[in-house]
Write a protein that binds this ligand. Structure first.
Ligand SMILES: Cc1cc2nc3c(=O)[nH]c(=O)nc-3n(C[C@H](O)[C@H](O)[C@H](O)COP(=O)(O)OP(=O)(O)OC[C@H]3O[C@@H](n4cnc5c(N)ncnc54)[C@H](O)[C@@H]3O)c2cc1C
Length: 451
């Protein structure tokens, strides 16, 4: 008789948990996954996918504005938020179904309910105990709103995806990528949008040229960006929210969205009692193979606070399945992880920022190009695209590619491959461009800018 009910029990059927579970099953393991909400986790339900759909929706407004330059005339336009949310919800339901099928087809047992870790080999799902040789914690994260007077009136990204109507005035608090993206969404859909960030410039950790260019572009579009600014209290009068800022200014809004950070969904699921060490922020402490401080308990994805991105959670899940059930101990690779910000306009980035490269002791050459995109020569829109390369002077290797402009995410993906292959600036230069495109700028920049 088997010693355990399963080889692996995964807690959380999100991006990482589903990938780890189905790959483990494909290697012959007997796997169960516990999920207390909707299948697919944050990315599918209240993250990447619905966000990108809303970003698409928000772009139509300016696309309509741009049409006359191309000879088009459109009739009266109107926007129906309820319709957008209904269609988005339908698509998410479809994706939930796909995830259910993926698990079933892989032979993974789905246990729907709240899971808690009882000990090194036991998990309780809605109180029912199940044992496994290994437990995988893939519980993801949850948005956190700081506590202050009136903070209960603020919403997070979770609620923003299900608002009954488009607010006429929105304040977005937070300078991370989620805040920036929602500011673009609400502004693009027609809401008067103010974004507050308590630091000097948003998108901390991104290249400074991305941060500055995006701030300029958002301001040109009419987003009321306020840096070194935060809310000290919120009062509610009828349906109107009054935010008092730290500098004493008051702003009225119909919704106030906090995108100031996400915490790990690890508290109160028995991890510490089972001997799993957590960081101060609740993230599970893991080694390079995603093993926690308990030999049979592993953790991947957002709840480990490594890189909170879907493809990273998936890569960690894949590596773990190989390690545990495919005789191939695999450390997830975090080299040159590309990422996009689906702001308006969008940003794409891979590799080192200029500041990081210098901090790591590289002597760098910087190539930067700022130009009016071809499309806007006829629309008259005052938009600039910024593209930048950070190059190591000694080895000629390209250390970083950074961009603000249309399709930045699409363009950056390919350059991530080049960086992972160790491409040099000379190899970029010998690559023929695609003309006319913005992407060709990455292989045609020849003039160094002063560092
Ligand atoms: C608004 C927003 C936009 C984003 N946009 C992007 C983007 O554009 N690109 C990108 O790469 N990333 C994006 N992300 C991040 C991305 O969604 C996460 O990095 C990714 O979902 C992490 O996957 P995960 O498997 O770690 O956790 P999750 O996908 O969060 O899955 C965790 C699952 O565990 C379940 N769970 C938790 N506790 C328990 C329990 N005790 N019992 C049973 N089940 C439990 C949860 O219900 C959830 O389904 C975005 C996130 C947000 C919030």
């Amino acid at each position: 008789m088997a010693q355990y009910d399963y080889d692996l029990i995964t807690i959380g059927a999100g991006s990482g948990g589903v990938r780890a579970s189905r790959m483990s099953a494909s290697f012959g393991a007997k796997v169960a996954v516990a999920e207390e909400r909707e299948l697919g986790g944050t990315c599918v339900n209240v993250g990447c996918i619905p966000k990108k759909l809303l970003v698409y929706a928000s772009h139509y407004g300016e696309d309509f504005d741009d049409l006359p330059g191309y000879g088009w005339t459109v009739g009266q336009r109107s926007f129906d938020w309820a319709k957008l949310i209904e269609n988005k919800n339908k698509e998410i339901l479809r994706l939930n179904g796909i995830y259910r099928k993926i698990l079933a087809d892989a032979g993974v047992t789905l246990l729907e309910g709240h899971a808690e870790v009882i000990d090194a080999h036991t998990v309780a799902v809605d109180g029912k105990r199940i044992t496994a040789k290994y437990i995988l914690v893939a519980v993801g994260g949850w948005p956190a709103v700081p506590k202050f007077s009136g903070s209960e009136y603020a919403i997070t990204s979770n609620e923003a995806f299900y608002l009954p109507s488009l607010p006429a005035r929105v304040i977005v608090v937070g300078g991370g990528y989620i805040g920036v993206e929602f500011a673009g969404i609400f502004h693009g859909l027609g809401a008067h949008t103010t974004q507050l960030y308590r630091g000097e410039l948003f998108l901390r950790g991104f290249d400074d040229d991305i941060r500055k260019t995006l701030a300029d572009e958002m301001r040109k579009r009419g987003v009321d960006l306020r840096f070194m600014s935060d809310i000290s209290k919120i009062e509610k009068s009828g349906a109107v929210l009054k935010a008092t800022l730290t500098d004493g200014i008051t702003l009225e809004a119909d919704q106030i969205l906090y995108a100031t950070g996400r915490g790990s969904k690890t508290p109160d699921i028995g991890l510490e009692k089972a001997g799993v060490k957590l960081k101060d922020n609740g993230a599970v402490v893991v080694d390079e193979y995603s093993k926690s401080t308990v030999d049979s308990i592993y953790a991947i994805g957002d709840c480990t606070d490594r890189m909170m991105l879907t493809p990273v959670a998936i890569a960690e899940g894949m590596a773990l399945a190989n390690t545990l059930f495919n005789n191939q101990p695999t450390m997830p690779c975090y080299l040159n992880v590309p990422t996009a910000v689906f702001s308006t306009p969008s940003c794409g980035t891979v590799g080192l920022t200029e500041a990081e490269a210098i901090e790591r002791g590289h002597q760098v050459d910087i190539y930067r190009s700022t130009f009016k995109p071809l499309k806007h020569t006829l629309t008259g829109r005052d938009e600039r695209t910024m593209m930048k390369l950070v190059v190591d002077q000694t080895t000629d290797k390209v250390l970083g590619c950074h961009m603000v402009g249309a399709d930045a995410g699409e363009i950056t993906q390919g350059f991530a491959v080049a960086l992972n292959c160790g491409a040099t600036k000379a190899q970029f230069d010998m690559t023929i461009g695609i003309h006319p495109s913005a992407a060709e700028e990455f292989v045609t920049m020849r003039t160094k800018v002063a560092v």
